[in-house]
Ligand binder design. Structure first.
Ligand SMILES: Nc1ncnc2c1ncn2[C@@H]1O[C@H](COP(=O)(O)OP(=O)(O)O)[C@@H](O)[C@H]1O
Ligand SMILES: [Mg+2]
Length: 353
C-alpha cells in the first residue's frame, strides 16, 4: 500500500512545541493597505506566538509581501495596526525594527563583496559592538554552513548559498523575530531542502519567532506550526497544517482496484461508513473519498475478504494543502502560479525571429 504525504525526516522536526500560553510576538489587527482605489491587503488579523513558525501562504499578488512590508515598518499602514514584540510599528518604528530581522523577497547581498564582508557590513550597520562582531560572524557562518566560503566573492555563490548568506546577515544583530519573504523561491529542490534544514537548525539553537511567506504548499506544510492562507488580500483560513487538512470534507482519497468485482460493488463501497463518494474508473478500479481513511481502508479490505473478491492495488492519499487551497478559494494554487508566470514572462520582442 502506498500512501501520500509520507513523513520525511523534516516532519515535525522544525515545528517543535509552542507553549499555549506563550506571549504574542506579532499582532496584526484589522490591517488594510490601499494603493489608490486598489486594496492590496483587506482587513487581515492574526497573532503569532513567541517561538512559533508562522506561514503566510498564497499565490502571487495575494498581498504577502505587502503584509510583511507593513509589519516591518517599510510601508505605512492604511488602517488597523501591527505590534511587533509589543511595539506598535506606526507609533514606535525604531523599537519594532530593533527586534526584527528581515529577508526581503529579492536577493540583496552585495555581489562584489566577500561572504564575510557582507556580514561585517551588516554587523556595523546594526551596531553590533566591535568586540562581539567577529564571534557573531563566526557563529553565523557555522550556522548556515558557509565557513569555508567566507572569503569567496558573493557573485561566485549559487542561489541557495546566497540565500543562506542573507539569512545569516538577517540574524547578525540577534533579532527576536525573523521575517522571510519567499526564502526558497527560484531555488532548486536540493537547495530548498537545505534552506529548510538550516531554518530548522537555527530555530533549535536560538529563541526565535519566524514569519515566512511562501507559495509552496510543501514548504508551508513542512515548516510551519500554523498557516494563514491569503488570497486577494484577504485571510481565508488560519490553522495548523493538520487542522486545515482535516477541515476539508472527504479528507482521504482511496484508489483501489479489485479483480472482477460483482455488479453491486460500487453500491456496497458507497454504503461503508464515512464514505462520501465513489467514482468507478476502469477495470475494477474505484476512487473512494472518505472522511476516515484508516477505518474505510480496513472495512473495504474486510469486505473484499468476506466476499472472496481479490484486491489488486490500494493507494491511500491524505488531503494535501492543495485540496485545502481549492476548498477555501475555489481555485488551484498551481493554476494561479502558471497564470502569474505567463504574465511575468511575456515573449520578449527582441528575441523573436
Ligand atoms: N507599490 C504598489 N503600488 C500599487 N500596487 C501594488 C504595489 N505593491 C503591490 N501592489 C499590488 O498589491 C497586490 C499584492 O502584492 P504583493 O504584496 O507583492 O503580493 P505577493 O507578495 O503575495 O505576491 C498585487 O496586486 C500588487 O500588484
Ligand atoms: Mg511577494
Amino acid at each position: 500500500m502506498a500512501s501520500g504525504n509520507q513523513p520525511t525526516s523534516l516532519e515535525g522536526f522544525a515545528r517543535g512545541g509552542v507553549a499555549a500560553n506563550a506571549p504574542n510576538a506579532i499582532e496584526v489587527n484589522h490591517i488594510v493597505k490601499k494603493y489608490g482605489d486598489f486594496t492590496a491587503v483587506d482587513d487581515v488579523s492574526f497573532a503569532v506566538k513567541e517561538g512559533e513558525i508562522f506561514g503566510l501562504l498564497g499565490p502571487n499578488g495575494a498581498g504577502k509581501s505587502t503584509l510583511i512590508r507593513m509589519m516591518t515598518t517599510l510601508i505605512p499602514i492604511t488602517s488597523g495596526y501591527a505590534r511587533i514584540a509589543g511595539h506598535d510599528v506606526a507609533k514606535d518604528p525604531d523599537a519594532a525594527r530593533r527586534s526584527i530581522g528581515v529577508i526581503p523577497q529579492a536577493l540583496t547581498s552585495d555581489l562584489d563583496l566577500t561572504v564575510q564582508e557582507n556580514l561585517s557590513i551588516y554587523a556595523k550597520l546594526y551596531d553590533v559592538p566591535t568586540q562581539r562582531r567577529n564571534a557573531a560572524i563566526e557563529e553565523l557562518l557555522e550556522l548556515v554552513d558557509l565557513t569555508k566560503w567566507r572569503d569567496a566573492q558573493t557573485k561566485t555563490l549559487s542561489g541557495g548559498m546566497r540565500r543562506r548568506l542573507e539569512i545569516a546577515r538577517g540574524l547578525v544583530h540577534r533579532p527576536k523575530i525573523f521575517f522571510l519573504d519567499e526564502p526558497t523561491t527560484g531555488l532548486d529542490p536540493v537547495s530548498r531542502v537545505a534552506v529548510w534544514e538550516m531554518l530548522t537548525n537555527i530555530k533549535s539553537q536560538r529563541q526565535l519567532t519566524i514569519l515566512i511567506t511562501t507559495h509552496y504548499m510543501d514548504e508551508a506544510d513542512r515548516l510551519c506550526n500554523r498557516i494563514a492562507i491569503v488570497d486577494h488580500g484577504k485571510l481565508v483560513a488560519l490553522d495548523t497544517p493538520e487542522a486545515l487538512k482535516n477541515s476539508v470534507p472527504g479528507s482521504t482519497v482511496i484508489e483501489v482496484q479489485f479483480d472482477n468485482p460483482p455488479a453491486d460493488w460500487e453500491q456496497r463501497l458507497h454504503s461503508l461508513a464515512d464514505v462520501t463518494s465513489v467514482q468507478p474508473e476502469s477495470a475494477g478500479m474505484f476512487r473512494v473519498l472518505t472522511s476516515d481513511g484508516s477505518r474505510t481502508t480496513t472495512q473495504l479490505v474486510e469486505m473484499a475478504v468476506q466476499s472472496a473478491v481479490k484486491l489488486k492495488t490500494l493507494t491511500v492519499q491524505n488531503t494535501t494543502l492543495d485540496d485545502v487551497f481549492v476548498h477555501y478559494t475555489g481555485r488551484q494554487l498551481r493554476d494561479e502560479l502558471v497564470k502569474a508566470f505567463s504574465f511575468v514572462m511575456p515573449p520578449r520582442p527582441g528575441l523573436q525571429p
